[in-house]
Design a protein around this ligand. Sequence first.
Ligand code: NDP
Length: 393
Amino acid sequence: MPQQSYNTETRRRRICILGSTGSIGTQALDVIRQHPDIFEAHTLTANTNSKLLIQQAREFLPDSVVIAAEDKYLEVRNALSDLPIKVYTGDEALCHVVQSAEVDMVLAAMVGFAGLRPTIEALKAGKALALANKETLVVAGEIITRIALENRAPILPVDSEHSAIFQSLAGASPNAISRILLTASGGPFRTYSEEKLCKATSREALKHPNWQMGEKITIDSATLMNKGFEVIEAKWLFGVDVDKIEVVVHPESIIHSAVEYADGAIIAQLGVPDMRLPIQYAFAYPSRLPLKGERLDLFKIGTLHFEKVDNNKFPCLQLAYQAIRKGGNMPCILNAANEVANLAFRNDRISFTRIPQILEYAMQNATFIASPTLEDYFLTDKQARMLAESFIA
Ligand code: NDP
C-alpha cells in the first residue's frame, strides 16, 4: 500500500527501469514514448539482451544503462561510445543505479528473486517504487513493506490485478474492505482434463489466451502459481488477511479485480488486457493521463463469465495459501522451488504435473525459519533451489 501520495512535480519524472528489455520494460518505454514531456527514462537495465538495450539507449538517451551480464559489457560500451551515456555492468551496478539522486521512481520489472536486492536498495534510498516484480514481495513482503515505511517510499502496484485493487480503493478506508476479489483468466489449461494436463507441453503453456508476457510468468499463469503469488502480493500491498482474498476465475480478463466493502458494495476496475494502463497509472499516480490503445467495448464483450478454481487440477494456488499462512521463510522456499521447476518445465525436463510435486517437496524439506532476516532469505533461496534440483535429477 503506498504510504504517501507521489509529489506532483514541474520537471519530468525520471524513471529507472530495472528490466527494460522485458515484456513490462518495453511496455513501460512505450508509456514514456507517449509522454516525453512528463516522463524520462533515466536508467535502463538488462540481463543479457545487449542488442535491445543498445537500441533502447539510442532512442531514449538515458543517463545510464546497466548490462548485468559482464561478458556483454564491452559490446554495449562500444556501441554507445559516441553518446554521453554511462555504461555499467554486474549485479552490484543494479543496486547502485537505483540510488542515484536524480532518479524519482524505480520500476522493478526484473523477473524472479534476482530483483530483490535492487528493489530493497531503491526503497532504502526513498525512491517511489513501481512494482511489477511480484516475486520480491512473495519472498520478503514483511521486510520490504517495513523498509518502504521506514523510508517513506511509496510502493505503486503495476501487476494489473493489484493496480485494479489500488484503483478500486481510491478514496476508501482500507478498514472497510470486507473481501478482495482477485480475478484470474484461468490460463491456457483452464478447460483441460486431468489426463490432458499430464501431457501438456511448455509450447502449449506459453500460449496465454489474453496476455503477452515474459516466459516465466506465462508458465506461472498456466499452473496458477502466478495467482498464488498475487494473493501473497495483495496481502502485503494492502494489509489484508489472505482469508479475505478470494480468487475468481474470469476467462475474459476484463474485470482486473475488485474490492468488496463492508456495506456489500463491490468496486471493480475494468478494461481491455493492456499492461500499459497499470504501468502508466503507477508512473503518473495520482494523475490519470491519456493512453493510446484499444478501448473496452461492452457491447462487443456481451457476457462475462466467472468460475471457482479447480484446486485438484491446479494445486499451486493452495500451496501459496499454505505458504503464506505458515509465514516465515515458507513463501521464499515456494518461490525458489518454483523458479527451478518453472525453468525445468520450459526446458522440457519435467512434465507440467510434476511442478507442484517439486514445490511440495521443497516446502516439506527446506529448513523453516519463523522470523527470517534478509540474509536468511538468501540462504533459504539457495537451499530450496538445491532441493528442487535434487528432486528433479
Ligand atoms: P521478462 O522475462 O519479459 O523480462 C525480464 C527482464 O528482467 C528483462 O529485461 C531481463 O533482461 C531482466 N532480467 C532477468 N533476469 C535478470 C537478472 N538476473 N539480472 C538482471 N536483469 C534480469 O519478464 P516480464 O516483463 O514478463 O516480467 C517482469 C516481472 O513483472 C516479473 O516479476 C513478472 O512476474 C511481473 N509481471 C509481468 C507481467 C507481464 O505482463 N509481463 C504482468 C504482471 C507482473 P534480458 O532481456 O536481458 O534477459
